[in-house]
Design a protein around this ligand. Structure first.
Ligand code: SAH
Length: 505
C-alpha cells in the first residue's frame, strides 16, 4: 500500500518573503506538492523542488477561487497519493486563515499533519508602518477582529459593541470595504472622534502605504489615497506613533530581477538584499554538465599534454574540478599547468581549489583575455578551454588567427528551469533593473518570441556583468544600459547602487 503523505500547514508570513520562518522554508524545500493562494507570496515558488506540483487555489483576476471544501478535499487527495504537501497560507494559518477547517478534514481522513506558525499581518504590517501594537502607558492590549462579516446585512454584529469599548489597540483585518461602518460603530460606542487611526496597505511589502488620521477623517483620507486591499485598519492611541525604520539603505525601493544559476542568484540576492533591494528571481538557469562525457573524459586523461587551462566562468571552475575528482584524478594530475581566469569571480573560485590564476585580464572582454594570453604564450603551449556551449566564438577566432593550439570543449550547458518563460513578462513589468551574468544566460532568456521579450525590456534597465554578456545581448537587438566595472557579484551590485542613487537625486 502507498504510504500516506504529510500535510504541512505553513504560515508564509505577511508578504515580505524574509518574514517566513526557517522551519516553513525547510518544509517548502522538500515538499512534493504546494497548495497556495494569493496572499502567499509568489516568491516561494522558487523554494520548492523541481518535481513539486504547484497548485494555485486563490482568487486572481478573472478566475474564481477554489471553495474551502474543495481545498480540503484536494489536500486529502494529494496526501493519499503519498505526496508530502505544503499548504502555504498568508500570515499565520489560524488568523482568519481557515487553517482549522483544513485540519478537521485531515483528521477525519486520518492524514498526519504539522502546523508551522507564521508571522501574522495583524502585527507585522503595523510594526513595519511604525505602529507598535502595544506601548507602555499608551496601550495595554491589542485586539484583532475581522471586518468581513460586518455588513452581511449592512449592520454591525452584536459583539462589535463590546469590542469597540475595549481600551487597547483595535485592529481590523478584511475590513477595508466596511471602513465606514467600522468607524461609525466605534464612535457610536464611545470612541472619541479624535482617536488616532491608520490604514496600512500591502504591509511589509515594498509597495506598503500607510494613511494616518483620526476616526473623523480616516475614511476620507483612505479614499483619497485610493487604498486597496489587502489592508489593515487600526484604531487607538498607538496609531499616532511612528517608529518606522530610520535605516536608509542605498537600494531602498529598487526592484531588481536576477537571471542566473541558483548559486549565482543566491550570492547576488544576498548582496543586493543587504543593500535594501527588492529582488525577484526572474529566470533560474539549470546546468547540464558534460563533465563525464567522452570529450571531457579524454581531456582529463590527457591533461598533462596541455600547458594552460582557460576558465571563463566560476561555474566552469566548479564543474571542471568536480569532473576531475569524479574521474578518479586529483590535483596532482594538473602537474604544472597554468591557469587563465576570465574575471574576479572565476579567479576567486579557482583559489578555492588551491590555485592562483596565472593570468587574469584587466577587463572582462574576450579580446583582452585572448590577446593578453597570447602575449604570454610560446609556440609549444597547448590550451584547454572547457566552457559552456554558449561560449563566445570570438575567442576561437583570435586564437586561430594567432596560430595557437587550443581545444575548446563543451563542459556544460545552461537551460531555463521549467515553465519560467511564460510568467516572465508579468514579472518584468515592475522591475527597475534586470541583471545578466553570462552570454548563455542571455541566450536562455531569449528563447521565446524575440519581439515580445524585447518589448518587455523596454521599461527597465538591463545590467550586464561584463562585456561578453553585453555583446550577447546586443546580438538580440538590445544594448546593455549598465555594465559592471568589475566582473563579479559585487561589481554588479556596485553599478546598480550608483545608478539608483543617481536616479533618486
Ligand atoms: N492569516 C493572515 C490573514 C488572512 S485574512 C495573517 O495572519 O496575516 C486576510 C486579511 O489580512 C486581508 O484582508 C488584510 O486585512 C490582512 N492582510 C494580510 N496581509 C496583509 C498585508 N501584507 N498588508 C495589509 N493587510 C494584510
Amino acid at each position: 500500500m502507498k504510504k500516506t503523505g504529510v500535510v504541512y500547514l505553513v504560515g508564509a508570513g505577511p508578504g515580505d518573503p524574509g518574514l517566513i520562518t526557517q522551519k516553513g522554508l525547510k518544509r517548502l524545500g522538500c515538499c512534493d506538492a504546494l497548495v497556495y493562494d494569493s496572499l502567499a507570496s509568489d516568491y516561494f515558488l522558487d523554494e520548492v523542488p523541481d518535481h513539486c506540483k504547484k497548485i494555485y487555489v486563490g482568487k486572481r483576476a478573472g478566475a474564481h477561487s477554489m471553495k474551502q471544501e474543495e481545498i480540503n478535499r484536494l489536500l486529502v487527495e494529494l496526501a493519499e497519493e503519498g505526496l508530502n504537501v505544503v499548504r502555504l497560507k498568508g500570515g499565520d494559518p489560524f488568523v482568519f486563515g481557515r487553517g482549522g477547517e483544513e485540519i478537521l478534514a485531515l483528521l477525519e481522513a486520518g492524514i498526519p499533519y504539522e502546523v508551522v506558525p507564521g508571522v501574522t499581518s495583524a502585527v507585522a504590517a503595523l510594526s513595519m508602518a511604525g505602529i507598535p501594537v502595544t506601548h507602555r502607558a499608551v496601550s495595554r492590549s491589542f485586539h484583532v477582529m475581522t471586518g468581513h462579516t460586518l455588513s452581511e446585512n449592512g449592520t454591525l454584529p452584536p459583539d462589535f459593541d463590546s469590542f469597540a469599548k475595549l481600551s487597547g489597540t483595535l485592529i481590523f483585518l478584511m475590513g477595508l470595504s466596511n471602513l465606514s461602518l467600522i468607524v461609525k460603530g466605534l464612535v457610536k460606542n464611545g470612541k472619541p472622534e479624535d482617536t488616532p487611526a491608520a490604514v496600512i496597505e500591502n504591509g511589509t511589502l515594498p509597495e506598503q502605504r500607510t494613511v494616518r488620521g483620526t476616526l473623523k477623517d480616516i475614511e476620507s483620507r483612505a479614499q483619497q489615497a485610493e487604498i486597496k486591499s489587502p489592508a489593515i485598519i487600526v484604531a487607538g492611541d498607538v496609531a499616532a506613533l511612528d517608529f518606522s525604520s530610520t535605516l536608509n539603505l542605498p537600494l531602498k525601493g529598487c526592484r531588481i530581477g536576477i537571471t542566473g544559476t541558483e548559486s549565482f542568484a543566491g550570492r547576488l540576492s544576498h548582496e543586493l538584499l543587504n543593500l535594501g533591494g527588492i529582488l525577484d528571481n526572474v529566470l533560474t538557469l539549470s546546468i547540464a554538465s558534460y563533465r563525464s562525457g567522452e570529450a571531457m573524459k579524454e581531456a582529463y586523461q590527457r591533461l598533462k599534454t596541455y600547458s594552460w587551462l582557460v576558465l571563463t566562468s566560476a561555474n566552469a571552475v566548479r564543474d571542471f574540478f568536480a569532473g576531475l575528482f569524479e574521474g578518479g584524478y586529483d590535483l596532482r594530475s594538473l602537474g604544472a599547468i597554468r591557469f587563465a581566469a576570465v574575471g574576479k569571480g572565476t579567479e576567486a573560485e579557482l583559489l578555492k581549489f588551491g590555485f592562483h590564476a596565472d593570468y587574469v585580464p584587466d577587463r572582462y572582454q574576450v579580446k583582452d583575455l585572448a590577446e593578453g594570453l597570447i602575449s604570454q604564450l610560446t609556440k609549444e603551449d597547448r590550451l584547454l578551454i572547457p566552457r559552456s556551449s554558449g561560449g563566445s566564438p570570438e575567442l576561437n577566432q583570435i586564437l586561430e588567427e594567432a596560430g595557437v593550439f587550443y581545444k575548446d570543449i563543451v563542459l556544460y550547458d545552461v537551460a531555463l528551469k521549467q515553465s519560467e518563460q511564460e510568467s516572465m513578462e508579468n514579472e518584468l513589468a515592475p522591475l527597475h533593473y534586470l541583471t545578466f551574468a553570462s552570454a548563455s544566460g542571455v541566450d536562455a532568456f531569449f528563447q521565446g518570441e524575440r519581439e515580445k521579450i524585447l518589448s518587455s525590456l523596454a521599461s527597465l534597465k538591463v545590467v550586464c556583468i561584463g562585456d561578453i554578456t553585453a555583446k550577447a545581448l546586443s546580438r538580440y537587438g538590445r544594448e546593455a544600459d549598465l555594465i559592471a566595472p568589475v566582473y563579479s557579484v559585487s561589481g554588479l551590485a556596485e553599478i546598480i547602487c550608483q545608478d539608483w542613487c543617481k536616479e533618486k537625486e
